[in-house]
Write a new protein. Structure first.
Lengths: 175, 260
């Protein structure tokens, strides 16, 4: 029993090494646990559904809206409080929310980069801020197709659908 | 009653024959019914079908005019791509010989060279594009006959482009956004890899407006409306003048008419 101290200290080191990834992850999560700074609309106090529902199910609601508008020509949404809204991502959602300060921040924080809404749908605020760099270079004469094709490769590899927009690449991953 | 083996076989044979005859008769009846099926709708009021009549006589007065096409591009974020292999078309100009190959003569060549001849998706009665689409991304809307597209669902297989006899569909070989001069934020752009075409301005109709091309034409050359309503602008225009449709012999039932 002379080696007891060696055996126990060896075991302790072994357990520590074995579990270190967990401690590391915990420490990191603690450091990064500041929630994203979402900018809420100034002109409204209530979304089309209660916050808890929107947080959990906004994606399902957007899919339902999409089916209704595209497939059933049904554009009228009656909210739980009886208010009428237009089923429109651009007009209704982005009418209040800022894509970059609301959608993007939360999606970046949660690491959800899946939906490729912005490949086609437009952010009116972003468009108002200025034309796309490609359009500018095209208007300046000599739009380079190779450049345009090359700009797609980061998109294919990182699945960041809006890599062509400078602000969003700077902000990291975007929904 | 005692039944002999021979009688039993005879009876079985007869019943098989009788059953076969009934089925054949029913099938023949069904076939006969479908052969005399009315052109559209089934009984009662004819089904609503939106249609368009383009008065080329008015277009000929305005050589080089492309206001309808411009209005469409602006409304729907249609890119302008110079490379004909990558071009995206909703409503465009085509030579008379290409639009009405069988009607081409020295006179049509003289009259139509250099004058606009707008063509677009015909929102066919029997759309070939819809029959081939494997995903249901394109379908004929039963309420008004518009051949719709759901770009979310299009996988870019291009079957529909092959099926459409009017080249009314375009594929996005490149990201269209850099080629759109002013993006209309109210309407989505498309992404690389989907097919697109004219939608008869379904989004404007939903808001109670006329199609963008109809509204943009300063000569009122484009009449639009329900072809099942004899008092609609399109029916009035068509009953007053002689018109042609593109390749009606194919049985697609095109709903865009050209008044020549
Ligand atoms: S013109 Fe072509 S795309 Fe349009 S409905 Fe007919 S077949 Fe389909
Ligand atoms: S390209 Fe798209 S719309 Fe055309 S047949 Fe394929 S899935 Fe359907």
């Amino acid at each position: 029993m002379r080696d007891r101290v060696w055996i126990y200290s060896g075991l302790a080191v072994f357990v520590a090494v074995l579990t270190c990834p967990f401690w590391y992850a915990l420490a990191r999560a603690h450091a990064a646990s500041r929630p994203p700074q979402l900018v809420l609309p100034a002109n409204q106090t209530q979304c089309v559904a209660p916050v808890s529902f929107m947080r959990a199910s906004h994606m399902q609601m957007l899919l339902d809206w999409r089916e209704d508008v595209v497939r059933r020509d049904d554009h009228r949404f009656v909210a739980y409080d009886g208010k009428i809204y237009q089923k429109s991502l651009t007009r209704t959602c982005l009418g209040c929310h800022s894509k970059q300060q609301f959608c993007d921040r939360c999606h970046a924080y949660t690491g959800v980069s899946g939906p490729y809404c912005w490949d086609c749908h437009n952010d009116p605020r972003h468009l108002a801020a200025g034309v796309t760099p490609e359009a500018q270079s095209m208007r300046a004469g000599g739009f380079d197709r190779t450049q345009s094709m090359l700009s797609h490769f980061p998109k294919l590899t990182t699945s960041s659908p809006t890599s062509r927009q400078p602000e969003q690449t700077a902000a990291g991953r975007t929904p | 009653m005692k039944i002999t083996r021979k009688d039993f076989l005879r009876l079985s044979g007869l019943s098989v024959l009788a059953a076969g005859a009934v089925r054949t008769f029913e099938a023949a009846k069904a076939a006969g019914q479908s052969a005399i099926r009315p052109l559209r709708g089934s009984g009662g009021a004819p089904r609503k079908q939106l249609a368009m009549a383009i008065d080329l006589r008015k277009c000929r007065q305005r050589p080089g005019c492309d206001l309808c096409m411009k209005a469409c591009r602006d409304a729907h974020n249609v890119p302008v791509i110079a490379d004909p292999r990558h071009e995206v078309k909703w409503i465009w100009n085509a030579p008379f010989a290409e639009v009405f190959p069988l009607e081409q003569s020295a006179y049509t060549e003289r009259n139509y060279t250099g004058s606009p001849l707008p063509v677009l998706c015909n929102h066919c009665d029997e759309p070939a594009c819809v029959r081939v689409c494997p995903t249901g991304a394109t379908w004929k809307r039963s309420e008004d006959g518009i051949v719709m597209m759901d770009w979310h669902r299009c996988i870019g297989c291009k079957y529909c482009m092959v099926a459409c006899p009017y080249e009314a569909r375009s594929f996005n070989f490149v990201d269209p956004r850099p080629y759109i001069e002013h993006i209309n934020s109210d309407f989505p752009t498309r992404s690389m890899g989907v097919v697109e075409k004219c939608n008869f301005c379904a989004e404007r109709l939903a808001a109670g407006k006329q199609p963008a091309c109809v509204e943009a034409c300063p000569a009122n050359a484009i009449a639009f409306g329900d072809s099942s309503d004899p008092n609609s602008p399109v029916c009035l225009a068509l009953s007053a003048s002689f018109s042609l449709r593109r390749k009606p012999e194919l049985g697609t039932g095109p709903n865009v008419h050209s008044i020549v």
